[in-house]
Design a protein around this ligand. Sequence first.
Ligand code: ACO
Length: 326
Amino acid sequence: SRSVGIIGTGKYVPEKILTNADLEKMVDTNDEWIVSRTGIRERHIASSDQATSDLAYEAAIRALESAGLTAEDLELIIIATITPDTMFPSTACILQDKLGAKKAAAFDLSAACSGFVYGMATANGFIQTGMYKNALVIGADTLSRITDYTDRNTCVLFGDGAGAVILGEVPEGRGFLSFDLGAEGAGGELLKLEGGGSRLPASNETVQGGKHYIYMNGREVFKFAVRVMGTATEEVLRKAGKTKEEIDLFVPHQANIRIIQSARQRLSLPEEKCVVNVDKYANTSAASIPLALVEAAEDGRIKEGDTVLLVGFGGGLTWGASVIVW
Ligand code: ACO
């Protein structure tokens, strides 16, 4: 069977920075609370003329350049997002047009913060079967557009960004060794955006009720996160035939420093083997894992042949993990 791996990477965050000090002026919160409970110090926020496809575009052109490909070479585009530009057309179709990727099939994938790992697993399958030679997989979200900036329980947690990878065939022994994807739909009520779908179409009532904003039961999501970060990493390592001692770099979803530390300690990994950038970007949903992965690669923290473990969790509820030999 073919070996499939990452042959190009790119990332983008909007210029505007919202600090904890800025939030202190907007809601009843303080820097000490935010840093001690979440590890977040600042987050990047899209400008009023930027939508998710614009963030995705910037990450995509960098990934294409790093892979040495042009947009015309692309055969598949998958965008993992919960903040598409529009309900339809898909953000992937909007991006396909912006890039001029005329040959590429394009669709969006909805698995919240796990979406990027779900997207890579999907693209990996297409390339494994020989249906496509390459794929652009992007995690991109503009959570600021669905965040209630009068709700201190959620507004301190989120930021905007995009991370992109190009997948293609790689030499034997490298690339994806395993994936572990999962869902616990029964927990869907814990993390959701209710308004604007076919159950509760957008109306004055949905807007007045704040149903166009993220609702989150933080404490319950926290418990789920700690549990599945543990079980998913064990399962994906088992499938890859690797032990935790063999992990060179751990790239967890960047939602909360306490969740990251608990996962890192369960794997008995030293801090230098764990990527943390939640302090700079906050939780960027589907963009979180690729932003962390691409930043680590750009910082020279990943060498050829390194074993990299990715793991995330999010709305659905969902989780996704992967082991990659770089
Ligand atoms: N500033 C000050 N006080 C606050 C703030 C704030 N920004 N937010 C909440 N508080 C208060 C609460 O009102 C509560 O007060 P009370 O005890 O008087 O009711 C108190 O702080 C403690 O609240 P807890 O919920 O116990 O705080 P906790 O330690 O659980 O931290 C947090 C809250 C950070 C939200 C945590 O639960 C968490 O990170 N959960 C997971 C969130 C997550 O990962 N979500 C993924 C979403 S991604 C996606 O799919 C979009």
